[in-house]
Design a protein around this ligand. Structure first.
Ligand code: NAP
Length: 338
């Protein structure tokens, strides 16, 4: 059996394939033969040593995977051998508000992640795959999809007819677009690329804005909403985009603060946040219960994740470089061989 590890030093170039010893399955654990893993921006930062420079190495990167239960411990009741499952991102966060320990129980750092052929997890730290999805598709759900879901439906309360502004066309953002359309919301999506925006229209985006061509995109959003602003913003840029997001949101609207893609901002005027009753809600992926809620909606609506490219296991470095290039739309997946 094989695993991929960040070994000795951080850096994509230092990733290496190693032999994986088989673990003993403890009474409350299931063993999963993983068939696919997907990459998140977080995994890229982790591999490069930019997420947590103090992370202990070696580390198996990636939080997201999908596979088949191959063994169950003597006390397991939730799963059987042969079930198709995904491990939960924050392994011990079951439902409700998390504790600090629960939000630190994440795969792909500090815990060893999913870029390996075999993983053992407690039975309460895995969920079933929606029946219509392949392993490659299911491997995209645990972090990116759940983050978008939590923002709109667990912390948010998106209603049909409301409006959502989505920044960029990466993993979290494309799921946010798909979920917002499921809910009957009006969607506005931004991108650096007009070609990507055309694809987003095919996925149902109602309005598109090229943020490279329209630097003052908050103004465009206001025009598109009759100068009212949107109900929700899926804010994956962070400090570098927050000012425009604040311009885009309506009075009493919500900005879900999710990512840090746009770097730092020199100075930020926060006055409109208080003058307009804006909620800024930090989001950290979600609980197992939220994951199950989302999977029910995905299965009921036969939603299919947008998988941009699938790389073979041996081409894991190319997969990380591809994610880093930001040429993708939606998700980048690594297939794990039997
Ligand atoms: N808080 C959480 O729980 C959580 C969970 C998942 C992810 N995140 C964070 O959310 C962010 C997105 O993660 P991801 O995995 O979806 O990333 P990803 O797939 O790597 O997304 C990359 C895309 O983001 C877009 N982008 C880059 N800079 C942008 C900017 N200045 N303005 C608007 N869009 C920009 C680009 O889309 P275009 O090419 O279309 O411009 C790029 O292709 C990351 O910062 C990640 O760390 C947080």
């Amino acid at each position: 059996m094989k695993k991929i590890v960040i070994n000795g030093n951080f850096g994509i170039e230092n990733l290496e394939i190693q032999e994986q010893e088989s673990d003993n399955v403890l009474p409350h654990e299931i063993q999963i033969k993983l068939s696919a893993a997907s990459l998140n921006y977080r995994d890229l930062l982790m591999v490069k040593g930019e997420y947590n420079p103090r992370q202990k190495l070696p580390l198996v990167p990636c939080s997201d995977g999908a596979g088949t239960v191959t063994a169950v411990g003597s006390a397991v009741s939730r799963f059987r051998i042969g079930d198709r499952v995904m491990p939960v991102f924050a392994q011990t966060w079951q439902a409700g508000s998390p504790t600090l320990n629960e939000i630190r129980s994440t795969l792909g750092g500090p815990l060893d992640g999913t870029l390996r052929q075999n993983i053992c997890v407690p039975e309460y730290s895995a969920v079933k795959i929606p029946a219509h999805l392949s392993f490659n598709e299911a491997a995209t759900l645990p972090c990116a999809a759940l983050t978008a879901w939590s923002a709109l439906f667990e912390y948010g309360n998106l209603q049909a007819g409301q409006s959502v502004l989505i920044l960029g066309t990466g993993g979290v953002s494309v799921f946010a677009l798909q979920f917002a359309k499921l809910a009957g919301a009006k969607t506005i999506i931004t991108s650096s690329s007009s070609e990507k925006l055309q694809m987003m229209q095919k996925l149902g985006a109602d309005h598109i804005i090229n943020y490279n061509e329209k630097k003052d995109w908050g103004k465009e959003v206001r025009k598109l909403t009759g100068n009212v602003g949107v109900d929700y913003v899926i804010e994956v840029g962070g400090a570098g985009t927050l000012e425009q997001s604040i311009r885009s949101v309506r009075v009493d609207g919500t900005i879900s603060l999710i990512g840090i893609l746009a770097g730092r901002a020199p100075e930020l005027n926060l006055l409109p946040v208080l003058m307009q009753n804006v909620r800024i809600q930090g989001i950290l992926v979600g609980s197992r219960r939220a994951f199950e809620n989302m999977n029910d909606a995905i299965e009921m609506n036969k939603l299919t994740p947008l998988v941009d490219r699938v790389f073979p296991f041996e081409e894991h470095k190319e997969a990380f470089l591809y994610l880093q290039s930001q040429k993708h739309m939606g998700k980048v997946v690594i297939a794990i061989p039997d």
